[in-house]
Design a protein around this ligand. Structure first.
Ligand SMILES: N[C@@H](CCC(=O)N[C@@H](CS)C(=O)NCC(=O)O)C(=O)O
Length: 340
């Protein structure tokens, strides 16, 4: 009996050591250096884009800011590393960045073979094609023989190969290292078609001299669930980045925004709301965070709807409809597990 108790304690102690050892790394490292190093794109308006003064904005930028708000109570404690598609996974694997938040599609191969983990999508997308209106093309089935520009190291490259093969259409791929090179090649007429995620098409179209001269064809040829990525094996870090996004989705569903969160925290008698906002207990403890982790995410970065609207919504140059990225209660697919 005695030895059995000993065995149980030893097993529990080992499990605790393993879980703390594996879990603590990134959070401890980030706390010690005082900021999150966030890998982003080199410039996709609405997703991650720097202005002339080097201020980064976008949905992907806000995923890192939400995590910073949860940890530090300060959404500005983030440094950004712009990465090409080809560079992005190595930057995360090598520890150069703590989060990869760069319009990156969650696929089976990436999730299972790169030593990385996808957290949860912050934008559900699909691949499309953009052409000049004067080309007179109305459907992707008319693209036989087209020259098609895109960036190396993307799902885009693979999907387009599958698409043209499946439909027995010929095409000439022009694969470059940077999105801006692909766009420049398209703008100069070197390519008939620019292809990427449809959100990226809208974003890149907004950079062209005359956006109205270009159309996005109706076909969506793939599923591109985009979201932040972390290293495999650091479960606590994965939980923090994932739940920062879940908090934003739940906040929108509960009607809590950056504008009313202080008032709601002070006045609400709803036990679920009080726990979420840290007015009662400490829900952040199991993530290694403070009681106000969720409050700070909502106060400093906003709920998911606020993030969507200010970065890519109808009042921005990217001008995307909420579509499938709406809450499940509004006909979309955003359904976050409850914080309880
Ligand atoms: N979601 C796709 C495509 C992502 C992608 O990198 N697309 C290019 C557009 S051609 C892009 O956005 N590049 C931005 C940049 O390099 O700054 C993936 O994960 O592979």
């Amino acid at each position: 009996m005695k030895s059995n108790v000993g065995k149980i304690l030893t097993t529990a102690a080992v499990a605790a050591t393993i879980s703390t050892g594996a879990a603590a790394a990134t959070l401890d490292d980030v706390k010690a250096k005082g900021f999150i190093q966030c890998g982003v794109s080199q410039g996709v308006p609405g997703f991650s884009n720097a202005d002339d003064s080097g201020n980064w904005t976008g949905i992907d930028v806000d995923a890192c800011r939400a995590t910073a708000a949860a940890i530090f109570g300060d959404a500005q404690k983030v440094k950004f590393t712009p990465l090409s598609a080809k560079e992005r996974f190595t930057a995360l694997q090598s520890g150069e960045i703590d989060i990869l938040s760069r319009n990156t599609t969650w696929t089976y191969t990436r999730d299972t073979s790169l030593g990385l983990d996808f957290t949860t999508p912050n934008f559900y997308d699909g691949q499309g094609f953009m052409v000049r209106k004067d080309l007179g093309v109305e459907t992707a089935m008319d693209l036989d023989g087209a020259t098609v520009c895109t960036e190396q190291g993307t799902t885009t490259e693979l999907n387009m190969a599958d698409f043209f093969r499946k439909h027995q259409l010929s095409y000439v791929p022009v694969i470059v290292q940077k999105a801006d090179e692909a766009l420049a090649a398209y703008a100069s007429g070197r390519c008939d078609v620019f292809t990427t995620d449809k959100s990226g098409l809208a974003a890149h179209r907004s950079k062209l001299a005359d956006p109205a001269a270009h159309i996005i064809l109706p076909e969506t040829i793939s599923k591109e669930p985009l979201g932040p990525v972390v290293r495999h094996g650091d479960n606590q870090w994965k939980d923090i980045v994932t739940w920062a996004l879940f908090v934003q989705i739940n906040a929108e569903e509960m009607g809590i925004s950056s504008k009313n969160v202080a008032k709601i925290k002070a006045e609400s008698t709803d036990p679920g709301v009080r726990r979420l906002l840290g007015a009662e207990g400490n829900m952040g403890e199991s993530l290694g965070l403070g009681a106000d982790w969720a409050y700070n995410i909502i106060a400093k970065v906003g709920n998911y709807g606020e993030v969507f609207d200010r970065n890519v919504g109808p009042n921005t140059p990217v001008n995307l409809p909420r579509g499938v990225n709406n809450l499940w209660t509004e006909g979309g697919v955003l359904y976050a597990p409850p914080v309880r």
